[in-house]
Design a protein around this ligand. Structure first.
Ligand SMILES: *Cc1c(COP(=O)(O)O)cnc(C)c1O
Length: 951
């Protein structure tokens, strides 16, 4: 497009290597004259799309933001008192600006490389500690996707852990309706029974595997669970309590009442309503259940110098390793939102949180007492922040009266209205709510402060302390907190400092203009159950994005509800399952999955009630055809689907994908194309057109939602028309049917959708296609420059790769002992985040530069890799021993390099400044190489005593 370097359009700013001379340099290295010639050779002809993307012309940043302003103006903010799992909250500005809106936090990757992730690992450990303290259980994970799916995960955990009792799962009728729907949807696919019963009346008859209670219930009622919990345990059941963290500052924690598991959301700890998400859910368990825990868990270990250091613990539970035997399919979770919630606790401390809870509770009591004095029927006397009022036949009238005052209440049914107070409730709001009820009240609507009849039941009053750790009691001034936040982020490497060349993860630019709208109140302050009349702008934005994604993928229908790639997989597989069943083919339950697939694929197939059959990989990295056809033949009557990643996880466009799809279809199966690698396809080929029936995409990869240090994500599911009736339904109103809901709220992680919406609008069809081509060019440039040092494992047509390449270190390792991990850690000394390590092939590194990196940055990476290759050469020829090499001793901390007992076989300069440019811009990791195994042997997953971290 642009011959001279003239950053005129957004695409020029999004794409790193835009200067014609840079493009020529890269093309020359790859051996092509033009980018199109390279692309035409790399992408198989028979999958190429024949016409350009029909999307609206590209907008400038100013224009896109003006469009977003218009959409925002079509939403109406209100005082949100609907409750039902979502409560208004104040995000402290210091946290909003310096975490939620700060690239050092939001552009970070999941902390799999712990040495460059100590800051966010500490913040997540704070989150775990906060949850453990509040719920009274010893082990909490570092977030799950949302409350309803967290309950579903807890139900599955109970079924795994309580194998001797395969009775039904019992849910209290006072659980959130969206929770009940999600659990029922999961249970149907897995074939276990769920019963919903009013557990305040005792347990139902029959064998019970596990029980789920909600505290407070959706009606607001807080009742003493200890009796039901004891009865359940007596009968051999495990018990989960879904609990509100703010309420727990006042009421007895579930752990103390005997619960085995606690789950819930941390939303109201400073995370905006976001029209339903993203919010961090949590899960905590009793000791003994930690190996069955889903989600990531931060633990404390030591580095090579014996210094305490954080890293992810018990990773063998995860789908990357355990695949179909994993504890869960969840990969991307809600790290950034968990960090916000943890900082909210750091900001307020135990006293501040308690004060917020008491204020909300006080307002709810005032309201209840006043309504009662007015002659109305308030259902429960023991509640935290939510009251339910009975007004036979007149609920809609009251809701309308409140709406006229700008207040949203909850319409439970024709006779019941729910009101939830929160951190933002004021006396004036209480008075306005009261006035809304006055139309149905017998005795006027005066406010009374005589609330004695509405105290919490004595049995549930919390007596134990919480958040005593210094971190929750130190950063009281804003200066302290600002510096704490900054200190943590300075320990980490994120995209704001360096390229993150992680294959399969597409760590590309998250443009500031794309991020801008997410915290506008007209988007951020909308309750997911607000009436449609207040959410027109949101729904227009979402509908538009879904339509654009359908155009890009070549499918007929898109749902953005799944809030991670793993959830998109589950949604797509459940659609396939529903489709087969609707045609009377219940027996079709085999899912073929290539050996190289992402671990989530196998774990999701199991959750969809399918049986995984693995298909072998051929020597050239493609699907082994002989094995594929043998397996199709062996299972043809029971074949449900194949899941293939395209381009494959080997970073190559398999030329025969159409043939594979045809063979599956001929056997009556459906084709699931994992679209997480869509960055290699946008504008060039459409999975919906080359054989796929359904796909998921990862908006947090291809479509610029930042990775957030491990979430949020959005994993839209896209399908052909025949699967459309099986797309996810709305959990809050779902009863039963084909459209199994996947996430708690209808639009999943709606709050971050303006980012992807803006990306598509800013790029336009041509810009998106250019981005894909640039990503191919960058990957092939890296491959051709590095191949002579680290052989590229798999290539496709004419020796080209797609958008990423696998560097094979196995031969070097065999010769020298230097491992891919040594190289990954040594890259830290050069200021880089490592490429993907050991996936999809052990002993390799997978590099994905993306289109956003400029040539100088890519060359800096190549220089680092070539210099590291020379260091490996010194080990190979015996100049240094492996044990005493800079590779095995990497990464080097400042403390190690300046230490007066330096006794290594290489100079300090080589340790810290192996290339000259580092002298100006040096990142020192705060810890040396971390011993993960030691941490797993001695599991510590809460904030350690402060003295451990001194000196
Ligand atoms: C990232 C990825 C996934 C999983 O996505 P999450 O959002 O982390 O759940 C699935 N498949 C492939 C190929 C991926 O790269």
């Amino acid at each position: 497009m642009t011959a001279q370097f003239n950053a005129a359009t957004f695409a020029d700013r999004h794409i790193g290597a835009r200067r014609q001379t840079d493009v020529e340099t890269m093309l020359k290295a790859v051996g092509y004259d033009t980018v199109d010639a390279l692309v035409d050779t790399a992408v198989p002809n028979d999958i190429r799309q024949d016409c350009a993307l029909e999307l609206a012309p590209a907008l400038s940043e100013v224009e896109a933001l003006a469009e977003l302003r218009k959409l925002a103006a079509k939403n109406k903010t209100a005082v949100q008192m609907i409750g039902q799992g979502y409560y208004d909250t104040v995000t402290p500005q210091v946290i909003r600006r310096n975490i939620l809106e700060a690239p050092a936090w939001y552009t970070a990757y999941t902390p799999y490389q712990p040495e460059i992730s100590q800051g966010r690992l500490e913040a997540l450990l704070n989150f775990q500690t906060m949850v453990q303290d509040l719920v009274g259980l010893p082990i909490a994970n570092a977030s799950l996707l949302d409350e309803a799916t967290a309950v579903a995960e807890a139900v599955l955990l109970m079924r795994r852990a309580n194998k001797k009792n395969d009775g039904k799962t019992v849910l209290d009728a006072d659980c959130l309706p969206q929770t009940i729907a999600i659990v029922k949807g999961r249970a149907e696919a897995l074939g276990f029974e769920v019963e919903v019963a009013d557990l305040s009346q005792g347990l139902p008859d029959g064998d019970i595997n596990g029980v789920v209670l909600q505290q407070p219930g959706v009606s607001g009622r807080v009742f003493d669970h200890s009796g039901v919990i004891a009865a359940a345990k007596e009968r051999g059941a495990l018990v989960t309590v879904a609990a509100d963290l703010l309420a727990l500052t006042l009421i007895t924690p579930p752990g103390e009442q005997g619960a085995d598991i606690a789950v819930g959301t941390a939303q109201r700890f400073g995370v905006p309503l976001f029209f339903g998400g993203p919010h961090a859910a949590y899960m905590a368990v009793q000791r003994g259940l930690e190996r069955s825990l889903p989600g990531r868990l931060v633990g404390v270990s030591k580095d090579s110098a014996g210094v305490p250091a954080y890293r992810l613990a018990l990773q063998t539970r995860e789908q990357h390793i355990r695949r179909e035997k994993a504890t869960s399919n969840i990969c991307t979770a809600q790290a950034l939102l968990a960090i916000v919630a943890s900082m909210y606790a750091v900001y307020h401390g135990p006293g501040g949180l308690k004060a917020i809870a008491e204020t909300a509770h006080g307002h709810a009591r005032t309201l209840a007492a006043s309504l009662k004095a007015a002659g109305l029927d308030v259902l429960h006397t023991s509640f935290f922040d939510t009251i339910t009022v009975r007004i036979p036949g007149k609920a809609k009238q009251v809701i309308a009266a409140a709406a006229a005052k700008g207040i949203n209440l909850r319409l439970v049914d024709e006779n019941l209205v729910g009101v939830s107070t929160d951190e933002t409730t004021t006396e004036a709001i209480v008075a306005a709510v009261m006035a809304s009820f006055s139309i149905v009240a017998a005795h006027g609507a005066t406010i009374t402060q005589d609330t004695d009849g509405f105290a919490l039941e004595a049995a549930v009053e919390r007596s134990c302390v919480y958040l005593q750790h210094p971190v929750f009691n130190t950063h009281r001034s804003e200066t302290q907190l600002l510096r704490y936040i900054r200190r943590l982020s300075d320990r980490d490497l994120a995209l704001d400092r360096t390229m993150i060349p992680l294959g399969s993860c597409t760590m590309k630019l998250n443009a500031t203009a794309e991020m801008e709208a997410i915290s506008w109140p007209e988007f951020a302050s909308i309750h997911p159950f607000a009436p449609d009349s207040q959410t027109a702008g949101w729904r227009e934005l979402i509908g538009g994005l879904e339509a654009d994604l359908a155009e890009i993928t070549g499918y007929d229908q898109v749902s953005i509800q799944p809030n991670a790639g793993s959830q998109g997989e589950l949604a797509g597989l459940l659609a396939i399952r529903g489709y087969h069943r609707s045609r009377g083919a219940e027996q079709r339950n085999i899912c073929l999955i290539p050996a190289s697939a992402h671990g989530t694929n196998a774990a999701s197939a199991v959750l969809a009630g399918m049986k995984v059959v693995v298909v072998a990989t051929a020597a050239d990295g493609t699907i082994d055809h002989a094995d594929l056809y043998a397996k199709i033949e062996a299972h043809k009557d029971v074949l449900s689907a194949i899941m293939i990643t395209y381009p494959s996880t080997h970073g190559v466009y398999d030329a025969d994908v159409r043939e594979v799809c045809d063979a599956i279809h001929a056997a009556g199966g459906q084709v699931y194309i994992d679209g997480a690698n869509l960055n290699a396809l946008v504008g060039l080929a459409q999975p919906g057109k080359f054989g796929g029936d359904v796909s998921h995409l990862n908006l947090h990869k291809t479509f610029c939602i930042p990775h957030g240090g491990g979430g949020p994500g959005v994993g839209p599911v896209a399908a052909k028309a025949h699967l459309a009736p099986f797309m996810p339904g709305n959990a809050a109103s779902w009863t039963e049917g084909h459209d199994v809901p996947i996430s708690a709220s209808r639009f999943g992680s709606a709050g971050v959708l303006p980012i992807s919406w803006a990306y598509v609008k800013l790029m336009g069809g041509d810009g998106l296609t250019e981005a894909t081509k640039s990503a191919l060019l960058a990957a092939n440039y890296v491959a051709s420059r590095l191949d002579q040092h680290f052989p590229v494992l798999y290539t496709g047509e004419a020796g080209l790769v797609a958008h990423e390449c696998i560097l094979d270190l196995r031969e070097l390792t065999a010769k020298t002992g230097v491992t891919a991990e040594d190289v990954a850690k040594r890259l830290i000394d050069y200021g880089f985040h490592a490429p993907t390590l050991a996936f999809p092939v052990a002993g390799t590194l997978m590099v994905e530069p993306t289109e956003s990196e400029d040539l100088a940055e890519i060359d800096r990476f190549i220089e680092a890799m070539i210099t590291i290759h020379a260091e490996i050469g010194q080990v190979a020829n015996g100049d240094v021993s492996l044990e005493n090499s800079p590779l095995r001793n990497a990464p080097h901390t400042a403390a190690a390099v300046v230490s007066s007992d330096w006794n290594r076989a290489y100079p300090r300069e080589q340790a810290a400044f192996p290339v000259h440019s580092l002298r100006q811009d040096k990142y020192f990791p705060p810890v040396g190489r971390i011993d993960g195994a030691a941490g797993d042997r001695n599991l510590v997953c809460s904030c350690p005593p402060i003295e451990d971290f001194e000196n």
